[in-house]
Design a protein around this ligand. Structure first.
Ligand code: NAD
Ligand code: DAU
Length: 331
């Protein structure tokens, strides 16, 4: 199977490529990645020399057309992915997430190639902090940020291309991922690398916001389950019942570093900050038989801390610029 992975030098895409090369020896993988600040070829790690790497943008229609023509399936991870950045400058989010997805969709339409669109639970907006309600595939779209609204726009393009043009596509909407190779701008790697540097963790606002954490390997296993066995035209929600408040996560990280759980700083809140995400993944579990392997969040966190301790060469070059950027917004 010839697999074209967009955004394969980013956090989830690079883990996907590594897992694919190791677990599916028959797969011939091409990565298309623009290598923005968020992309890093070294994230392909030990499989780098077993993958064809093309540096370029998903908005480049000619480049995309040629690569899609040579693929059996396109797995579309490429995106601008960070909410905080989208609040400072939404422009690249519209270009990559909307125009880029449109460009890839037009190519898969021309060449009749199977397409999987990787999206986020943030398209559904947020849930009240109190209560048991969870997102389902029929929850109405209600995105809050420039990031999530451009991801919602990209999902709607995919749905329209399925219905109007018969494109063979599936969509997945996943909750918050953690694991190796996540950029230090994101919540968990930022706190872990702060703690390695002896700096207190930083909590936005009161820290009561809840995220539904899933290990990146479980996300990627679910993506393969959908490509292998999912029904074309369907949307699958991916989540592993990993709800935790940001405060809980910071306390757990402090404890993993042998510190007082409550030794952290409150910093400026994110404008429009979504309160709570929670995924009902029963469709994925029941139809496709997917089950997460990482069911203990604390031990997954401990392994992630270990990975950042052992891979300082990978994250250190980005750290100072990320902290300088956060300093400008009081975070
Ligand atoms: P990331 O920011 O770590 O990686 C994004 C990758 O896309 C980078 O390698 C970057 O260089 C590349 N890229 C950006 N613009 C591009 C362009 N115009 N052309 C080609 N490549 C481009 O993001 P991530 O966290 O790995 O997220 C990957 C996908 O998964 C995104 O679509 C995101 O919306 C989705 N998602 C992420 C999470 C999460 O928790 N991180 C959860 C659910 C869904
Ligand atoms: O739900 C899926 C989404 O999860 C993905 O679509 C996004 O691409 C991904 O970035 C993530 O979005 P979040 O905004 O939830 O992730 P982030 O890591 O930026 O923040 C997680 C929570 O932690 C959020 O409530 C904000 C808070 N936070 C973040 C940082 C960076 C802090 O309290 N302190 C921080 O320093």
């Amino acid at each position: 199977m010839r697999v074209l992975v967009t955004g394969g030098a980013g956090f989830i895409g690079a883990n996907f490529v590594q897992q694919t090369v190791v677990e599916r020896p028959g797969a011939v993988v091409t990565v298309l990645d623009a290598l923005t600040y968020a992309g890093d070829r070294s994230s392909l790690g030990p499989v780098a020399d077993r993958v064809r790497f093309v540096q370029g943008s998903i908005t480049d229609a000619e480049l995309v057309d040629g690569l899609v023509a040579d693929a059996d399936v396109v797995v579309h991870f490429a995106a601008e992915s960070h909410n905080d950045n989208s609040l400072v400058d939404p422009s690249p989010f519209v270009q990559t997430n909307v125009v880029g997805t449109f460009t890839v969709l037009e190519a898969v339409r021309r060449h009749g190639v199977r397409f999987h669109h990787v999206s986020t639970d943030e398209v559904y907006g947020d849930l009240p902090l109190e209560g048991e309600e969870r997102f389902t595939p029929s929850t109405p779209y209600n995105p809050s940020s420039p990031y999530s609204s451009t991801k919602a726009g990209s999902d709607l393009l995919v749905r329209a291309w399925v219905r109007s043009f018969g494109v063979e596509a599936t969509i997945s909407n996943c909750s918050n991922n953690y694991g190796p190779y996540q950029h230090v701008e994101k919540f968990i790697p930022r706190q872990v690398t702060n703690l390695i540097d002896g700096v207190r963790p930083r909590l936005y606002g009161a820290g009561l916001n809840v995220r539904d954490w899933i290990h990146v390997h479980d996300h990627n296993a679910a993506v393969w389950a959908i490509i292998d066995r999912g029904r074309v035209g369907e949307t699958y929600l991916i989540g592993a019942d990993g709800e935790a408040s940001n405060l809980d996560v910071v306390r757990a990280l402090n404890e993993l570093f042998g510190r007082d759980g409550d030794d952290f700083d409150h910093v400026a809140d994110r404008p429009g900050h979504d309160l709570r995400y929670a995924i009902d993944a029963s469709k994925l579990r029941e139809e496709l038989g997917w089950v997460p392997a990482f069911t203990d969040f604390r031990s997954g966190l401990a392994a992630t801390v270990e990975w950042y301790r052992e891979n300082e060469d990978w994250w250190r070059p980005a750290k100072a610029a990320v902290e300088a950027k956060y300093a400008r917004t009081g975070q």
